[in-house]
Design a protein around this ligand. Structure first.
Ligand code: SF4
Length: 293
């Protein structure tokens, strides 16, 4: 997408949007406080000017006319005022009429600002999926990582998206609980996912990246990262506590030790058995050096 205007440190999009048109509408993240998140460090949150967005859309219309999906960036673009979002989606639909689905990242704060009716309005303009950064269902962990939200709020805002008829993909993060709280983090996250009952769950493993608060805490000896085995135990506990009626639970991100794709609820028991085997050493894990590839 070299003809389009991108600002900031990285282009971040969910793995499932790898082939989508990437339209950057905001730069950075309006929260930007999570202690593990390197993505928008040093990037000041802003909304891009309408002219630039329209130019990018024209470029996309000329070059990617046949692409069926578009992803709106950056971190939490749903934070845009409703009027602006409606305008944006109308422009997108006008210029790219063949699109089937538009996706966006959102945190609880951004969804909270939208009423159910407003979300439905966005749905009617082809907003088909929201990627929702939950990270944890454990209040102590949420506070520790400075996510700025709670279990209850994550639950209510997640359900609202589903009620509006928009697909919900939740991201949770292994290895972020305060030391000694891995079990609580795993189980409370499983309980939250059960209550929300989303369409997709992606369990990623935290990467401890220089420049983040978490990295500094590790350097100072205030936080001890989980080892490979402890991360697997956490994943197993989380999956065990997650009872979704449908959907996919994956942990196949490049940053994870063991790729997993579980169709819920049918394949859950089998996946738990596989995790047990991995913990016993019967299944080889991806080597440390392969993480992040
Ligand atoms: S809300 Fe998301 S993008 Fe923003 S700081 Fe937290 S993890 Fe990073």
């Amino acid at each position: 997408m070299s003809g389009m205007h991108y600002e900031g440190n990285h282009i971040i999009r969910p793995p499932s949007e790898a082939r989508s048109i990437l339209l950057q509408v905001t730069v950075g993240c309006s929260h930007n406080k999570c202690i593990f998140c390197p993505t928008y460090k040093g990037v000041r949150f802003k909304i891009k000017p309408d002219e630039i967005i329209l130019k990018d859309l024209d470029y996309a219309a000329n070059n990617y006319f046949n692409v069926r999906r578009l992803f709106i960036m950056d971190g939490d673009a749903l934070i845009l005022p409703q009027k602006k979002l409606v305008w944006l989606l109308e422009q997108i639909n006008k210029k790219l009429p063949l699109l089937e689905r538009i996706g966006i990242y959102a945190n609880a704060k951004a969804i909270k600002r939208k009423t159910l009716e407003e979300l439905k309005e966005l749905k009617d303009l082809k907003l088909g999926i929201i990627y929702y950064g939950i990270e944890s269902g454990n209040d102590e962990t949420l506070k520790f990582v400075k996510k700025g939200t709670t279990h209850q709020e994550l639950y209510e805002q997640g359900r609202k998206v589903i009620e509006a008829g928009i697909k919900l993909s939740c991201t949770v993060l292994l290895g972020i609980a305060p030391n000694g709280k891995s079990y609580e983090h795993a189980v409370d996250t499983g309980k939250l996912l059960t209550k929300i009952d989303p369409d997709y769950v992606g369990a990623l493993t935290v990467m401890i990246v220089p420049g983040t608060e978490l990295y500094d805490m590790v350097q100072r000896g205030e936080f001890k990262p989980l080892n490979q085995r402890e991360l697997l135990v956490e994943l197993k506990n989380m999956l065990e506590a997650t009872n979704m009626t449908h959907g996919l639970f994956t942990s196949n991100h490049a940053s994870n030790y063991l790729p997993l794709k579980v169709k819920m609820p049918d394949e859950k028991e089998e996946a738990l058995k596989m995790l047990e085997k991995a913990l016993k050493g019967d299944i080889p894990l991806r080597e440390e050096w392969m993480r992040g590839l």
